[in-house]
Design a protein around this ligand. Structure first.
Ligand code: PMV
Length: 325
């Protein structure tokens, strides 16, 4: 038995679209920071047949995704001449509050990867662990590490040709993520399906070209702790990804009127008080307000004034880890 704990991450430069959907090889590099909470624990056990149980309700699709992840982990480990026991069972204990709009898949599949790696006779490198996680969810590769993390293409075509790397450690820069989740539940196409349609957007090729500069500017902003620079690239990239989503076939409209209202008000607050705060949205209407320590109190107050919204607060976290077994 092997147990691991992990948390979500929030992308500053977003991953949208794959060059290989089955292996979840991203079409472009991305940049995120790992959140300190909420966490998910995954227990991997040697079993007679595949099974997955959870403290949250699992759909048939969820179970299929776990199964495919495990098949791909076997495939990858074979390339390293490493063998897993033939059958594994998983138990997922999620502490991610429902309806918060914090994508749990990054936390779940990074915890799964670390738990599975704990059953091997040989220790894997961090890059190899990130490949294992990526095979369940592209963004999960980034949650393997703490602090500021990239998911980078390595220039080849193999199953291991995109890996996560740490750009700066957890204590490099004190940033907070004040998450504002509008309560309206949106009919949502998951990101796995969404990635598969990304290339149908007429904007996709342009996005892939532009993202290179945004990625290097994003990394530079993090290294220099230059909030204004980070704000410019992160907001541009989030809106650019949503433009791509909205123009792909079938179109995906993840942002709601509430999202736009919240970001307009946040911009006004920022202008009025010269606050180091930026917004970014993933595949949902939830607004992540990322701020420096000096703006935290004001942004928290702003968040608490949003009616019918769920609020969640996280700082930068240390990434996935094996906790027992
Ligand atoms: O890892 P996935 O397949 O859930 O894709 C994540 C996609 C975004 O959250 C929208 C962007 C990102 O880089 O996290």
């Amino acid at each position: 038995m092997s147990t691991a704990r992990s948390t979500p991450n929030i992308a500053l430069i977003k991953y949208w679209g794959n060059r290989n959907n089955d292996w979840r090889l991203p079409a472009a590099d991305s940049l995120s920071f790992t959140l300190s909470e909420p966490c998910v624990d995954v227990i991997a056990t040697v079993a007679d047949s595949f099974a997955v149980t959870s403290t949250k309700e699992l759909s048939e699709k969820d179970v299929e995704r776990f199964k495919r992840h495990l098949e791909l982990m076997h495939e990858y480990l074979n390339t390293l001449n490493l063998k897993l026991p033939e059958h594994l069972a998983f138990h997922v204990d999620s502490h991610i509050p429902p309806g918060i709009g914090l994508a749990s898949s990054a936390a779940v599949f990074s915890a799964t990867a670390i738990a599975v790696a704990g059953l091997l006779e040989q220790e894997l490198t961090t890059e190899q662990l990130s490949v294992l996680a990526r095979l369940g969810s592209g963004s999960a590769a980034r949650s393997v590490l703490g602090g500021f993390v990239t998911l980078e293409n390595t220039g080849t075509d193999g199953i291991d040709s995109a890996v996560a790397r740490q750009v700066a450690p957890v204590d490099h820069w004190e940033l907070w993520d004040i998450v504002i989740a509008p309560s309206t539940t949106h009919k949502k196409v998951g990101s796995t399906e969404g990635h598969a349609g990304a290339a149908t957007s007429p904007h996709f090729v342009q996005r892939l070209q532009d993202i290179r500069l945004r990625q290097s500017n994003g990394i530079e902003a993090v290294l220099m702790r230059d909030f204004e620079k980070l704000q410019t690239v992160a907001e541009a990239d989030s809106l650019d990804m949503h433009h791509c989503m909205a123009t792909q076939q079938p179109p995906l409209h993840y942002l709601s009127n509430e999202t736009y209202r919240i970001i307009r008000e946040l911009e006004a607050l920022r202008r009025g008080q010269h606050l180091p705060v930026l917004y970014t949205m993933d595949a949902g209407p939830t607004v992540h307000c990322i701020c420096e320590a000096e703006a935290k109190k004001t942004v928290e107050t702003f968040a608490s004034q949003q009616s019918d919204c769920t609020i969640f607060i996280a700082k930068i976290g240390s990434g996935a880890e094996r906790i027992k077994g």
